[in-house]
Design a protein around this ligand. Structure first.
Ligand SMILES: *Cc1c(COP(=O)(O)O)cnc(C)c1O
Length: 389
């Protein structure tokens, strides 16, 4: 389907129909598959004959999701995982060994920091957290043992932007791979592989599903690499369930129109917040006041749906704002059609020391809104109440 536009690929790529000719993608809820003979079973197990064996290795619904997401990211291969964290773990287990070194942006998802320092540290993988998006800072932090550079762009919650093409150059010169967690943009807004990244990571839990229903994840890149990731998943087990794959596959149908509508609402909200006297700073890449606005708009089609802002009055004012909402959900999830609000300093980043939080730029007055698909008027009024108190 190479010649089709992304809009068509999002709806039709990867479809394989069973003998019944069903129009909609089928959900194959089966743990294993049967063989015509002992010889066929042996051939399937040894990969001499392609085909399904067991749903920890392959499943038709999961394959449809993998093929469709690969088409959207412009990737040769895709390995679906049980969650976004399983995607990051599978990437690290495939790429790294004891003695290897990782460069990771300091503002990444909390569990990602935990995974690199705690779990991988235990197995002799060393991680350096880089505080700056400047490629020179990454170049300087690289070592002969560096094998992986890991960033989120935009980052969560501060929407920091990383120059993917420049960091791909740093990775190449260091003999390492660049992995980009593309969670906040999704392929509808940004394709990191086209910008030079080697690996794309997804938490399908967020915008790919888009409705806050299931957990899922994916690793994308060269087929030789994703085949190795699949081999790890086959023996370790954190594969995507067929049911979750089916849900996320359906989510992809509407990915672009959701990302466009949610980005448009987010921009409107960011502009309104920027003009609000109780708001001291707004972090949103599509605002011209964002320090990396030009770079962001070179890499992304739109700003995405995460708007963070500092309210005057610190934690007390931030909590008052959150507690006075009536419609927006108080939850740390994002990527949903329902708008959500959270106080990063006491939730997603609550486990960091105050110094580490300050270094990451997470102030006590910071509030993050993940804009959904409700009406702008209702979102604005829900926030205005708490800001004007
Ligand atoms: C949520 C999230 C993850 C983890 O994904 P799960 O599906 O919850 O495991 C990783 N990276 C980013 C940027 C996220 O927002």
């Amino acid at each position: 389907m190479d010649h089709y536009d992304p809009d068509t690929l999002a709806i039709r790529a990867g479809i394989v129909r069973s003998q019944f000719g069903e129009h909609s993608e089928a959900l194959f809820l089966t743990s294993s598959f049967v063989f015509a003979s002992a010889a066929q079973a042996a051939a399937r197990f040894s990969n001499a004959e392609p085909g399904m064996v067991y749903s920890r290795y392959t499943n038709p619904t999961v394959s449809m999701f993998q093929d469709r997401l690969a088409a959207l990211e412009g990737a040769e291969g895709c390995a679906a995982t049980a969650s976004g964290m399983a995607a990051i773990l599978a990437t690290a287990m495939t790429l790294l060994k004891a003695g290897d070194h990782v460069l990771c942006a300091s503002g990444v998802f909390g569990a990602t920091i935990q995974l690199f320092t705690g779990t991988l540290g235990k197995f002799g993988v060393e991680t350096t957290f880089v505080d700056s998006p400047e490629p020179l800072a990454w170049e300087r932090a690289a070592k002969p043992t560096t094998r992986l550079l890991f960033v989120e762009s935009p980052s969560n919650p501060l929407c920091e932007i990383f120059d993917i093409a420049a960091l791909a150059g740093v990775a190449r010169r260091a003999g390492a791979q660049l992995a980009v967690d593309n969670c906040l943009c999704s392929p509808a807004l940004q394709q990191p592989l086209a910008l030079g990244a080697d690996i794309v990571i997804h938490s399908a839990t967020k915008y790919l599903d888009g409705h806050g229903r299931v957990l899922g994840g994916a690793v994308l890149g060269a087929k030789a690499f994703t085949d190795q990731v699949s081999a790890f998943l086959r023996s370790a087990g954190p594969t995507l369930s067929p049911f979750n794959a089916w849900i996320v596959l359906k989510g992809l149908d509407t990915l672009r129109i959701r990302m466009e509508a949610q980005s448009a609402l987010a921009l409107e909200l960011a502009r309104w917040l920027q003009a609000h006297p109780r708001v001291s700073r707004v972090y949103y890449p599509a605002l011209e006041s964002h320090p990396q606005h030009v770079l962001a708009m070179r890499q992304q089609r739109l700003g995405g749906a995460i708007v963070s802002f500092d309210v005057q009055g610190g934690k007390e004012a931030a909590w008052r704002l959150i507690d006075s909402t009536r419609m927006i959900s108080i939850t740390a999830n994002l990527g949903d059609t329902k708008s959500t609000i959270t106080h990063p300093a006491s939730t997603t980043h609550g486990r960091l020391t105050p110094e580490a939080r300050a270094r990451a730029g997470i102030g006590d007055g910071l509030v993050r809104v993940a804009v959904g698909l409700e009406s702008f008027k209702d979102i604005r009024e829900d926030l205005a109440r708490g800001l004007e108190r």
